[in-house]
Design a protein around this ligand. Structure first.
Ligand SMILES: NC(=O)C1=CN([C@@H]2O[C@H](COP(=O)(O)OP(=O)(O)OC[C@H]3O[C@@H](n4cnc5c(N)ncnc54)[C@H](O)[C@@H]3O)[C@@H](O)[C@H]2O)C=CC1
Ligand SMILES: O=C(O)[C@@H]1CCC=N1
Length: 268
């Protein structure tokens, strides 16, 4: 990976998170990363991460091996059409992280089937090395697949999936970050109402969420098994949990997930 160069076309919320994850991993020299955005960062050609930042997509492509498209979905067509003449199937691998844009769409914009094209769906926790990234591929060699997976391994966990599941992966793994953050906010609001300062409620909520996730990650159990270990019969946990369920807690989460999924399907 040391000799690989990466272009991130679209240095926004997700693009910058991917870059931060890569730089943080120290597996790739920041000078081998080029990020492009509409306008370059104020008065700078390189930012504090030591990467190259520009607004020249074609130059970024020419200088790189792996091209990650991280612009808004409605801009993917124009960006792919712009860089298509500079893409060389013997050198380049294209990865799109745009929600709802299929590999077939991208091949249509490229007007070729020859280029290895991947879709990847990371989340903004890539910035701290804790993304969940689902990946699917078209016309790639084993080595190219391994390389793309290795790149995203630097910013968290990865999973190879069939492209049919990519919209579902977008909802569960990428929108999921926002759902969990809203859950944490709700925990904080409750914590403040029962006596904690916002600062302390935040600390308790964050460590409790992290601890619960770490438990399941380390022991592989179903959440309900661990819930059984917390819910003392006639105790306060089951009283609160049952009230949450009466108010539609799981149901509201499931309906939200399905609504996000339907929203992606609607945009096609
Ligand atoms: N934000 C998130 O958590 C996630 C976003 N995505 C996908 O990532 C993509 C980007 O989303 P965000 O980062 O949230 O959007 P954003 O708006 O923060 O970032 C897009 C960036 O692209 C730049 N840009 C616009 N036109 C350009 C062009 N022609 N050439 C180069 N750069 C250009 C903009 O300056 C901006 O910095 C979307 O397709 C979205 O579906 C996927 C998973 C998670
Ligand atoms: O909300 C969105 O459309 C993007 C895709 C996944 C996360 N953010």
């Amino acid at each position: 990976m040391e000799n690989i160069s990466v272009a991130v076309i679209g240095y926004g919320n997700l693009g910058s998170s991917i870059v931060k994850g890569l730089v943080r991993s120290q597996k790739i020299d920041p000078s081998n990363i080029t990020a492009t955005r509409h306008r370059p960062l104020e008065g700078k050609t390189t930012n504090y991460l030591g990467i190259n930042v520009s607004n020249d997509n074609v130059a970024a492509v020419k200088a790189s091996d792996i091209i990650i498209i991280a612009v808004k979905p409605y801009r993917v067509k124009s960006v792919v059409e712009e860089i298509a003449p500079a893409l060389d199937p013997k050198k380049h691998v294209l990865v799109s992280v745009a929600s709802g844009v299929t590999i077939a769409d991208i091949l249509g914009f490229l007007k070729t089937e020859d280029l290895p094209v991947f879709r990847a769906m990371p989340n903004i926790a890539a910035a701290v090395g804790e993304s969940m990234t689902c990946i699917s591929a078209h016309a790639s060699t084993k080595e190219q697949s391994a390389l793309v997976q290795e790149i995203f391994d630097q910013s968290g966990e990865t999973l190879l999936i069939n492209e049919e599941l990519m919209d579902a992966a977008t909802v569960l793994g990428a929108c999921g970050t926002a759902y969990v953050l809203r859950f944490i906010r709700g925990m904080m609001q409750g914590g403040i109402q029962i006596g904690f300062s916002s600062h302390d409620a935040r600390k308790i909520a964050l460590q409790t969420v992290k601890g619960a996730a770490e438990l399941l990650i380390s022991n592989g159990k179903h959440p309900e098994e661990e819930i059984d270990s917390v819910t003392t019969p006639k105790g306060c946990t089951i009283a609160g949990l049952n009230e949450m369920e009466h108010q539609g807690f799981s149901s509201s989460l499931i309906r939200g997930i399905v609504t996000s999924y339907e929203d992606i399907l609607k945009s096609k």
